[in-house]
Design a binder for this molecule. Structure first.
Ligand code: SF4
Ligand code: SF4
Length: 141
């Protein structure tokens, strides 16, 4: 490219808006249908385990504490999840949805990628029973 061509490109770009954005300081509103972290609402869950069976990535575990009392804990492995939303479609009771706000899932350790949903005391009991010392899996009620 000739110097004159480069100079005219340079001058033109001086008066243009930058094509890039200052992420993460400036964030765009995420699209409505963005598939971010999976959320689970146990209130309507029947414990059918269809979501678990249909998950192609083996990213879900439903732990049944008391089926009659509808006490379930969902263990979600976000690091295995392919964000396909198959589980969301499979659930007839609309217990699952993919957040379009929680999509920044990078972390420096593995712990935040194992998320527990359910009753706080049930989650605590499960974590105490299975978690080795020095790990703190994320828990969400
Ligand atoms: S979104 Fe897909 S991969 Fe992720 S938990 Fe659901 S079925 Fe599994
Ligand atoms: S498919 Fe829905 S109702 Fe069945 S276990 Fe999963 S979350 Fe619960």
């Amino acid at each position: 490219m000739k110097i004159s061509g480069m100079l005219s490109d340079l001058l033109r770009s001086l008066f243009k808006r930058p094509a890039t954005e200052q992420y993460p300081f400036i964030k765009r509103k995420p699209p409505e249908r963005l598939r971010g972290e999976l959320h689970y609402d146990p209130s309507n869950c029947s414990g059918c385990m269809l979501c678990m069976k249909d998950c192609p990535a083996n990213a879900l575990e439903l732990i049944v504490i008391d089926r009659k009392a509808k006490r379930f804990v969902m263990r979600y492995h976000a690091d295995r999840c392919t964000f396909c939303a198959q589980c969301v479609s499979s659930c007839r009771f609309k217990c699952l949805n993919m957040s379009n706000e929680e999509y920044e899932l990078a972390a420096l350790t593995k712990a935040p990628f194992t998320v527990h949903y359910g009753n706080e005391s049930d989650i605590q009991a499960i974590l105490e029973a299975v978690a080795p010392a020095n790990t703190e899996p994320a828990a969400k009620a």
